[in-house]
Design a protein around this ligand. Structure first.
Ligand code: KIV
Length: 274
């Protein structure tokens, strides 16, 4: 793990820390970041895990889905984030098309992420089908986080962003997939948009932590897209998002004030001039 930024008194979060938090019953807090400045703020605030999510495709690039973002773009975001982090574990999404082909391609994508960004782990979406890939990455020394339930890279197969695994068959498959990912060596699994009772059963059945998003209170941790949690996005309002700030309103009011100050020549003042 990169220690280039870490002051001596900082204890870094590792995959082992997450395991210990689960064993101690302490919920894990994870948020997304895509740039240096926000990563620095999240890290200094004590967040356990920073996810460089492929949700960058939505909230940074403005795409409708996560599919268009490229491996090069993910590496760029990961490089920016890692420069701002001294404590948190940084996990990077392998983007759509960079790992599904075969495990050799997946390994070369994951190695690029780890080598070029200095990130600590990668996240992949999927169950049984990606198990050989997960094993290959882990054998090569790369920590892997799984992602089950609503997997946005498969949105065109699902057709909707509705809650997954509400039917018995899909719920059973998800439980089996979670076990397979654990056996393959994943250090944790994101459970997205599934019924709370199912997430509770899966979390209880695994030794590794589950991190929920729209998966109820019984997961071993929670993750949100930071832009949603801080109210920078306003057009995405699923019930699982709790807004901790209304930054959109705050920024709009600040920009209005700035424009007014420029127009009235009250900015800059003498004190703000040389
Ligand atoms: O890309 C992302 O932000 C994610 C979270 C929704 C878990 O995968």
């Amino acid at each position: 793990m990169s220690t280039q930024n870490a002051p001596e008194n900082i204890v870094r979060v590792t995959t082992r820390t997450l395991q210990e938090l689960k064993q101690s019953g302490i919920p894990i807090a994870m948020l997304t970041a895509y740039d240096y400045t926000s990563a620095r703020i999240l890290d200094a605030s004590g967040i356990d895990v920073i996810l460089v999510g492929d949700s960058a495709s939505n909230v940074i690039a403005g795409h409708e889905t996560t599919l268009p973002i490229t491996l090069d773009q993910m590496i760029y975001h990961a490089q920016c984030v890692i420069r701002g982090v001294v404590r948190a574990l940084v996990v990077v999404d392998l983007p759509f098309g960079s790992y599904q082909g075969n495990s050799r391609e997946a390994l070369s994508s994951a190695i690029r992420v780890m080598k070029e960004s200095g990130a600590h782990a990668v996240k992949l979406e999927g169950g049984k089908a990606i198990v050989p890939t997960v094993e290959r990455l882990i054998e090569s020394g790369i920590p892997v986080m799984g992602h089950l339930g609503l997997t946005p890279q498969s949105i065109y197969r699902f057709g909707t962003y509705q809650v997954r695994a509400q039917e018995v068959d899909e719920a059973e498959t998800l439980k089996i997939d979670a076990k397979l990912l654990e056996e393959a060596g994943c250090f944790g699994i994101v459970l997205e948009k599934i019924p709370a009772d199912l997430a509770r059963d899966v979390s209880k059945s695994l030794a590794i932590p589950t991190i929920g998003i729209g998966a109820g209170p019984h997961c071993d941790g929670q993750v949100l897209v930071t832009h949603d949690a801080l109210g920078l996005t306003t057009d995405f309002n699923p019930r699982f998002v709790r807004r901790y700030a209304k930054l959109d309103e705050h920024i709009t009011a600040s920009v209005h004030q700035y424009i007014a100050d420029v127009r009235s020549r009250s900015f800059p003042s003498d004190d703000e001039s040389y």
